[in-house]
Every structure is written in structure tokens, then in C-alpha cells.
Design a protein around this ligand. Sequence first.
Ligand SMILES: [Fe+2]
Length: 298
Amino acid sequence: MALTAVSTDAQIDPGSPGPEVTPLTLTAGAEITAIDLTNPLSEAEVAAVHQALLDHGVIFFRDQPVNPDQQAAFARNFGRVPEVPDSMFRVHPDNSFVSVLENDADRPPTVNTWHSDYSFAALPDFASILHAVIVPPAGGDTIWVDMVAAYEALPDRMKHLIDGLTATHDYMHLYERPFKAYLWEGVRFDNMEQGRLEHPPVSHPVVRTIPDTGKKALYINESFTRHIDGLGDAEGRAILRYLVDHIQTPEFQVRFHWTPDTVAFWDNRTTVHYAVADYHPRHRLMHRVTVLNDEVPV
Ligand SMILES: [Fe+2]
């Protein structure tokens, strides 16, 4: 009887401390506990999660067995969730808002290039939410970079040089590469081509100011940033190479080892990521939902 009373009180306790945030590094990444993503969140929980995302760039929730509907519902707390195309990733058969990222012996992993999801779009994804369904026993980690920390660590002369510049981001900069040729074979060709037509090259600021925080973040990546606008070819190429090398500094990174039913939630405005492709031919199955907030990069 006493145990039941304690349990009931715990569920409705208005003084509940809410989600707990444990940073994983001094820059990117934190684990969030004392929250259940399979149930609707309270306003206070949504606010706490959003603040943790702003503070840490990528946040992780272990032991969250969300189904695709629950994952999409969680995402809708933070913005508009778009339906996904059947192109670079398959669409979940039960939920058209969920992409299926699956690799095994016949489908080697190929997302081991630094990128920010959809930076090639005029309206890039604000955030992405990835649920680990099946993970390899070892390997298959993902690395995120804190692009605010990366910007702040630049020498002042480089900040002066790149502040105010824009760079061209291009869908084809990644998808024309030979190791992505498999995406253009067979039934997916039309959808990949549609993606190309819907996403002509677009310019975004090299240094992006985040309205929520007023902080500046580097906004270039290896996958989609084709060149820096308005500079000579050699100068632009050298500066972009310098910046891509700079963001790979370990001090700006968190490397995360997945366990089944972990959910990762990251801010594509302030982080780039890299899926370590070291586990072939083992099986890795992830579900991804993306979030838009209608914020054009400035
Ligand atoms: Fe990605």
C-alpha cells in the first residue's frame, strides 16, 4: 500500500526536478535522463530539452524504445516535421515522416563525410532526431562537432576574413561523388533527380548567427559546401580546406557510442556530424526524423 502511494505521488509530483542533463564534453554533447520519450512531454520538459539542445548542440537519451509515431510526435514539439523523400534513405513503411538508415553486408555505410543535414537546401533542417534500432556490437559511432566552439577558437584574423562571406552549398557536391553512384541506380534515380532539381546550389553565410542564443557558428561542411563565394579559386579552396581541417580538431568533438534505443537530437545550425563507417558487414538500423523551424541562415 505504502509503495503504491509513493509511486503515484512520484508521477504527479509538481515539484519533480525534471530532466537531468549531464555534459559529455566541455563543448558538444550531453546525456539527458529522467524523461520518457515514449509519452507526450509536458511544456516544462519540452523547454528543458530545447534549452539542453541550445547549450550542448547534440543531446542523447538512452533506453527510449520509441516507435516511429512516438519519434515523430517528440520531434513536433520543436518545429515542423517534413515528410521524407524516398531517395538517399528509404521511407519507413508505417510512417512517411521517418527515414530508414540501414546498412549491412549488402549496403555498406557511406555517410562518413562531415556534414550538416540538408545544408544544401534554401531552408536547411533545424534539427535531426535519430533513433538507434539495431547497432553493431562494436563501431558505428557518430561524431559531432560544436561549430560555435570551432568558430570561437579561430584566430581573430581568420574571423575577420570570413565574417560576412557566403559559401555555395550544393546537393550534387556530395551526390555526384563515385561512392554515392549506387543511389542513382534503378528505382531511386527519379527521386534523386527530383532532389537535384528541387535543390539548386544555394548560398549561406560562412558564419551563421543563431537567433536563439546570439552566438556565431561556423556554417560550412565537407559534404555540401562547394566553394566560398566571391574569392579566387585558389584562395577560396585554401580557406575552405583550412576550415574543414579546423573543425576536425578533437577538442570541438563528441564521439558517441550507440546502444539500442538511444535517441540523439542535434542542432544542424551549430553542429556537423560524421557517421564512422567501420562496422561493415555488420547490421546497423536507425530511424531519422528531421525538424524545420523556417529559419533562413543569417
Ligand atoms: Fe546526417
